[in-house]
Design a protein around this ligand. Structure first.
Ligand code: KIV
Ligand code: ZN
Length: 524
C-alpha cells in the first residue's frame, strides 16, 4: 500500500455513477451537483461522478462536479479504450484531484460471451488502457470486472500487469453479487499477499447486493486487506443495489474494536444525505432500512421501551444523533420565530445560507397557517424543497378547484400562470379529482403525457400531515419525474405533475428531444 495511514479506509462513493445507473434513480445535472456537494460535506474520499462517454449529459455533469466540488478526488469511469479514456480525462482534468477509473471484464464467462477475447488479449488491452490513462493522469484505478468469478491465478496476473502499467488503485468488483464473505476475504488475502507490487497500490472492494451480502462481503474484503470501499448512499445501484455507504461506515465505527479501522466520514451527516438523495430521486427509504430508516431507532415493544428508559445501551448499539437523526417530539408552530427554525434545521443536520433560510422561513409561515403543529418531517420537507430547487417554471399553479363525488365523474379547474405573463384557466372532468386536474393541466399546456406512476406518502404525523407526491410520466419515449409536498394530497399531485410538465418544456427549449445520445437533464 502507498504511504498513507494503514488503518484508514477510504470511502469511494459511486451514487452518481453505479447508483444513478439503476432504474428510477437518474438525476438531472443540478441534482447531481447538489448531491456531489452533500457527499463532499459528508467526507467521502472519492466521488465517482459518472461515465463521461455514456452521453454528452453525463460528460457535462462529471465536468461540472470536477470544476465545482473541492475536497474529494473526482473520478470518471472509462472502458479500456482511448475514446472512453479521453472523454473521462477531458471531464475530470479540471478537478483539483482527478482520477480515471478504467475497467475491463476478466472472468471466463465475460471473456467468452461478451468480449470474445482470449486471456492474453485481456492482459494486453488492460495494460494498454492503464498505460494510456496513466500518460494523462497520475491517479489511475483499474477494475477487473466480474473479478469474483475470475480464476484466481488469472486475476493475479491481470492485477500484476495493471500495477506494472501504472495503476495506483486496484478495485476488485463482485459485479453480479455472487460472492460470500469467507470467499471474498480469501480473495483479498490472496491478492494482497501474492501480487507483485501490492505494496504500491490501494486495494479496493466493490460489491453488489444480489444475495443481500454486499455490506458483509465488503467488510470481509476489508479484513482481507482492502483499504477502499466502493458504495452508494441508501445502497442504490444496479439490480439489488451496491453496498450501502451508511451501513459500511457505521459497521466500521460501531465495531471498531473488531476492525481497528476508521473512515473520514462525518457520520452525523448520514441521515440528511440519505434524505436528500431520497428526495431528489423520489425513491423512498424503507422504514426498516438499517442506520437511516424511519424505524432504525424506534422501540415499540414494552420490554424494549422499559429497557431504554433504564439505559439506552440496553437496546441501542448507536445513538440516533450519531447518524444525524436528531428527531424529537419538539413541535414548531406559527408563533415560532426564525431563530427557533434555524436551530431546528441545524439539529436536523442541514446547513442553509441566509437566503435559503429566508425562503424556508416564508414557506414555514405559510405552512404553519394551514397546519397547527409542524414536526421534524415537515421541516425536513421544506428544507429539501429549498435545497433541491424544485418548482422551477415556466408554469406555476395559481389556483386549483376540484369537485369530487363518488357517484359521478369528478371535475377539476386549474388556473396556470406562465412566466411570459399568460394566465390560463382550464376545466376538465376525470375519474377522480387528481385525474380531472391533471387532464385540465394537459389541455391548458398542450403537453400530453402517459402517467406511469403516482405515489403519495405522509412525511409527518397527525391528521393534517403533509403528503409527498411523486409523479412519473412518459413523454416522447422518455421518463420524467416530479415531486411536491403540501398538506393536501390532491394539490401535491398536481404540483408534482406541473413539475413534470416544466421539465418537459425545459428539455424542449434546449432542443434535447431531437438528440439521440443526450438525455434531457430532467429526464429520469
Ligand atoms: O460492478 C462493477 O463491476 C462495476 C465496475 C465498473 C467497477 O461497476
Ligand atoms: Zn458496480
Amino acid at each position: 500500500m502507498s504511504n498513507r495511514d494503514p488503518n484508514r479506509v477510504l470511502i469511494f462513493d459511486t451514487t452518481l455513477r453505479d447508483g444513478e445507473q439503476s432504474p428510477g434513480c437518474s438525476m438531472t445535472q443540478p441534482e447531481k451537483l447538489r448531491m456531489a456537494r452533500a457527499l463532499a460535506e459528508l467526507g467521502v474520499d472519492v466521488i465517482e461522478a459518472g461515465f463521461p462517454v455514456a452521453s454528452p449529459g453525463d460528460w457535462e455533469a462529471v465536468h461540472e462536479i470536477a470544476r465545482e466540488v473541492r475536497g474529494p478526488i473526482i473520478a470518471g469511469l472509462a472502458r479500456c479504450n482511448r475514446e472512453d479514456i479521453d472523454k473521462a480525462w477531458s471531464a475530470v482534468r479540471v478537478a483539483a484531484r482527478p482520477r480515471i477509473h478504467v475497467f475491463l471484464a476478466t472472468s471466463a464467462i465475460h471473456r467468452e460471451h461478451k468480449l470474445n477475447m482470449a486471456k492474453e488479449q485481456i492482459i494486453h488491452t488492460a495494460v494498454e488502457g492503464v498505460k494510456y490513462a496513466r500518460s494523462l493522469c497520475e491517479d489511475i484505478e483499474f477494475s477487473p470486472e466480474d473479478a469474483s468469478r475470475t480464476e484466481p491465478e488469472f486475476l493475479r496476473e491481470v492485477v500484476e500487469a495493471a500495477i506494472e502499467a501504472g495503476a495506483t488503485t486496484i478495485n476488485v468488483p463482485d459485479t453480479v453479487g455472487y460472492t460470500v464473505p469467507e470467499e471474498f476475504h480469501d480473495v483479498f488475502s490472496f491478492l494482497t499477499q501474492n501480487v507483485r507490487g501490492a505494496d504500491k497500490v490501494t486495494f479496493s472492494v466493490h460489491c453488489h447486493n444480489d444475495l443481500g451480502m454486499a455490506v458483509a462481503n465488503s467488510l470481509a474484503a476489508v479484513r482481507g486487506g482492502a483499504r477502499q470501499v466502493e458504495c452508494t448512499i441508501n445502497g442504490i445501484g444496479e439490480r439489488a443495489g451496491n453496498a450501502s455507504l451508511e451501513e459500511i461506515t457505521m459497521a466500521l465505527k460501531v465495531r471498531e474494536g473488531i476492525y481497528g479501522l476508521h473512515t473520514g466520514i462525518d457520520t452525523r451527516r448520514l441521515f440528511p444525505t440519505s434524505r436528500l438523495l431520497s428526495s431528489i430521486t423520489g425513491m423512498p427509504i424503507p422504514r426498516n432500512k438499517a442506520v437511516v430508516g424511519e424505524n432504525a431507532f424506534a422501540h415499540e415493544s414494552g420490554i424494549h421501551q422499559h429497557g431504554m428508559l433504564k439505559h439506552h445501551s440496553t437496546y441501542e448499539i448507536m445513538r440516533p444523533h450519531d447518524v444525524g437523526m436528531s428527531r424529537t417530539n419538539l413541535v414548531l408552530g406559527k408563533h415560532s420565530g426564525r431563530a427557533a427554525l434555524r436551530e431546528r434545521i441545524k439539529e436536523l443536520g442541514f446547513e442553509l445560507s441566509d437566503a435559503e433560510l429566508a425562503r424556508v422561513f416564508d414557506d414555514f409561515k405559510s405552512l404553519a397557517d394551514k397546519k397547527k403543529e409542524l414536526f421534524d418531517g415537515d421541516i425536513e420537507a421544506l428544507v429539501l424543497k429549498a435545497e433541491t430547487g424544485h418548482e422551477g417554471g415556466p408554469w406555476h399553479l395559481e389556483n386549483l378547484h376540484v369537485v369530487s363525488d363518488s357517484t359521478r365523474f369528478a371535475t377539476g379547474r386549474v388556473v396556470l400562470r406562465h412566466v411570459d405573463g399568460r394566465i390560463l384557466t382550464q376545466e376538465s372532468s376525470g375519474d377522480g379529482p387528481v385525474d380531472a386536474a391533471l387532464k385540465a393541466i394537459e389541455q391548458a399546456t398542450g403537453v400530453f403525457v402517459k402517467l406511469r406512476k403516482f405515489e403519495v406518502r405522509s412525511v409527518s404525523s397527525g391528521e393534517d400531515a403533509q403528503g409527498e407526491a411523486v409523479v412519473t410520466c412518459e413523454y416522447n419515449g422518455r421518463s420524467y419525474r416530479g415531486t411536491s409536498v403540501t398538506t393536501d394530497i390532491v394539490e401535491s399531485g398536481v404540483r408534482a405533475f406541473i413539475e413534470v410538465i416544466n421539465a418537459i418544456e425545459s428539455s424542449r427549449r434546449r432542443g434535447a428531444d431531437q438528440s439521440e445520445t443526450s438525455p434531457p437533464a430532467a429526464a429520469v
